[in-house]
Design a protein around this ligand. Structure first.
Ligand code: DGL
Length: 272
């Protein structure tokens, strides 16, 4: 495998960019091919069977780009598809869930951890299972927040409506005496300020993106896959593909990335 080959990163849409930007920050000399499944978002309310089918198609596409490793930058797909796909693949693959769980286990002092995520992730109980396997004394309290995704997609990040909805969702967790809260959906770090304000300073917010990038860096080193070449320009290092609405994706990406991205290209993911 060529060490200069890119890392494939995929998500149900735009928000996996929060994971991609963390990888870019921590390992700037790794090339990235990002795929956002903007035609089929949201994943959060879909069945395991559907998420597996979508994930397999995306991985087939990413492999045509010659990727050397894959990061599932979507909690729902990590929760529902990673275990099956890992067994089928001949290149390394990681998701965001394991990283988020181990970060939360390190952060909690009172062993009461909250998790907010999509319905798919919450109902899979995957965060609960990982956290219990790390420390059986940890109690996990989950809450699905399905309206957060459309609010972020609509750009209503600092909107009073978002604050009102967040208050309703999070009141449940505020009464549970948690000291750590996992932002278990890639959209939620974009609502970090609102969530922080409601939960207060006594609750540590965990963004799995950070630990995912740490885990990826270690994995590339272990497998002798780390790129030895230096960072070039963003336009050389990063490529963005979507399954729909490329212009809208590029606008959103430019609003959250520290540089202007090359226009995203639309592909027909059903061909893969
Ligand atoms: N990216 C998805 C996740 O992290 C959230 C959006 C969706 O429902 O597709 O779970």
């Amino acid at each position: 495998m060529d060490n200069n080959a890119p890392i494939g990163v995929f998500d149900s849409g735009v928000s996996g960019l929060t994971v991609a930007r963390e990888i870019m920050r921590q390992i700037p000399n790794e090339r990235i091919v990002y795929f956002g499944d903007t035609a089929r978002v949201p994943y959060g309310s879909k069945s395991k069977q559907t998420i597996l089918k979508f994930s397999r198609q995306i991985i087939r596409f990413l492999k045509t780009e010659g990727v050397k490793a894959i990061v599932i930058a979507c909690n729902t797909a990590s929760a529902l598809a990673l275990d099956d796909i890992e067994k089928e693949l001949d290149i390394p693959i990681i998701g965001v869930v394991r990283s988020g769980a181990s970060m939360a286990a390190k952060a909690t002092k009172n062993k009461r951890v909250g998790i907010i995520a999509t319905e798919g992730t919450i109902n899979s109980n995957i965060y609960k299972d990982y956290l219990s396997s790390i420390d059986s004394e940890i109690t996990v309290i989950g809450k699905a927040c399905p309206l957060f995704v459309p609010l972020v997609e609509e750009g209503m990040i600092d909107d009073p409506v978002t604050k009102e909805i967040a208050t309703r969702y999070l009141n449940y967790l505020r009464n549970e005496n948690i000291d750590t809260l996992i932002l278990g959906c890639t959209h939620y770090p974009l609502l970090r300020n609102t969530i922080k304000e409601i939960m207060g300073d006594g609750v540590t917010l965990v963004n799995p993106a950070y630990e995912t990038a740490v885990e990826l860096k270690t994995l590339l080193k272990e497998k002798n896959l780390a790129n030895i070449k230096e960072y070039e320009s963003a336009s050389v290092m990063y490529k963005f593909y979507v399954s729909d609405a490329a212009e809208k994706f590029s606008r959103f990406a430019n609003s959250i990335m520290p540089f202007d991205i090359m226009p995203a290209q639309q592909i027909n993911i059903d061909e893969y």
